[in-house]
Ligand binder design. Structure first.
Ligand code: NAI
Length: 339
């Protein structure tokens, strides 16, 4: 049984994510931490009659929340408003993540750390550098959550295919189609690279393929605009964050899991150097690719998806890498420059 800690548990993502985790049978203790309201959210969830115990911790007790946690999920920090890019969040969220990860290094150094806070392309490097500086880095434990891009890609692919003539959706069910798409790269605009495994689908989409790609890369903007200043994706993100966390929990319980993409520190993973070579950029330290998990930690990267990229997908990977290098560097410098 596992103690899971949600840091940022009272927020738009944190609350529905905590609700979903309250329903998971593998969670024995759900520790909710936030700088505001966490004891109230915990009290509310504690009235649900699933087996886990829920505890809420206030601002001055992150130690109590983290101690004994095997999994820490972090949706803490400010979300976007219309007109903002994820990078615009750096100024505030970089410091928040650095502070939270410092506490994790002190109180739960062996936990799997699942980072939702944006910009993921920089917050994951901040976490890694901070743990490195503390002598506490276990690279396989630090994962940037990019699952929402996959959820969107699956949804949009099915939506588009449903509208084209001679659509393969007439022959296959939606779940089967959703397995034919994944997303690699990073988690922001052009760093998001949707990969459609079955060329038949790309052929079917024709001129809607470009639209599909754009919607996956910039789908977050649709939500930010529609919420009109009240934040970004929360409910779909809670589902995506849950899907990722659930996979980690299943792996901890020795269940077989299929490789799931996450944004990781390549040099710290067993076959990371090979992946850097495969991506033809040995200076690239972070990238999201499907990973193999052992005990809920990244044990190796499954880069087979890179072997079958179309020319267009290869071009998108190249563009993603150019942008990622800057965001990664910004995250690293935030820690190295301030230590
Ligand atoms: P929100 O503002 O509704 O909630 C954030 C919560 O974090 C608040 O309850 C706040 O009190 C708390 N918080 C702030 N500083 C904290 C600290 N030092 N320690 C603990 N808690 C702290 O924001 P929302 O919508 O839940 O988004 C949270 C983050 O997730 C944002 O950075 C957003 O950009 C990101 N996000 C990431 C996605 C992804 O795909 N990875 C998708 C959508 C959002």
């Amino acid at each position: 049984m596992v103690k899971v800690c949600v840091v940022g548990a009272s927020g738009g993502i944190g609350q529905p994510l905590s609700l979903l985790l309250k329903l998971n049978p593998y969670v024995s203790e759900l520790a909710l931490y936030d700088v505001r309201l966490a004891p109230g959210v915990a009290q509310d969830l504690s009235h649900i009659n699933t087996n886990s115990n829920v505890t809420g911790y206030s601002k001055d007790d992150i130690e109590g929340a983290l101690k004994g946690s095997q999994v820490v999920v972090i949706p803490a920090g400010v979300p976007r408003k219309p007109g903002m890019s994820r990078d615009d969040l750096f100024k505030i969220n970089a410091g928040i993540i650095k502070g939270i990860v410092t506490s994790i290094g002190e109180y739960a150094p062996n936990s799997r750390i699942l980072i939702i806070s944006n910009p993921v392309n920089s917050t994951v490097p901040i976490a890694v550098e901070q743990l490195k500086a503390m002598g506490k880095l276990q690279p396989g434990n630090v994962m940037g959550v990019t699952t929402l891009d996959i959820v969107r890609a699956e949804t949009f692919l099915v939506d588009y295919l449903a509208n084209v003539k001679k659509s393969p959706t007439r022959q296959y069910d939606k779940t089967a189609i959703s397995k034919e798409v994944t997303v690699i790269g990073g988690h922001s605009g052009k760093t998001i690279v949707p990969v459609v495994r079955n060329e038949l689908y790309i052929d079917s989409l024709q001129d809607q393929y470009a639209e599909f790609i754009h919607r996956v890369q910039f789908g977050g903007d649709e939500v930010v605009k529609a919420k009109d200043g009240a934040g970004s994706a929360t409910l779909s993100m809670a589902l995506a964050g849950y899907r990722f966390t659930e996979t980690i929990l299943r792996s901890i319980h020795r269940e077989a899991t299929t490789p799931i993409p996450t944004f990781v520190y390549l040099p710290g993973i067993s076959n990371g150097r090979q992946i850097q070579k495969k991506l033809r950029n040995e200076a690239l330290e972070y990238f999201s690719l499907p990973v193999r998990l052992v005990d809920g930690r990244v044990s190796a990267i499954d880069a087979s998806v890179l072997d079958h990229l179309s020319a267009k997908e290869q071009e998108m990977v190249h563009t993603a890498i150019q942008e990622l290098l800057g965001s990664i560097d910004k995250g690293k410098k935030f820690v190295i420059g301030s230590s």
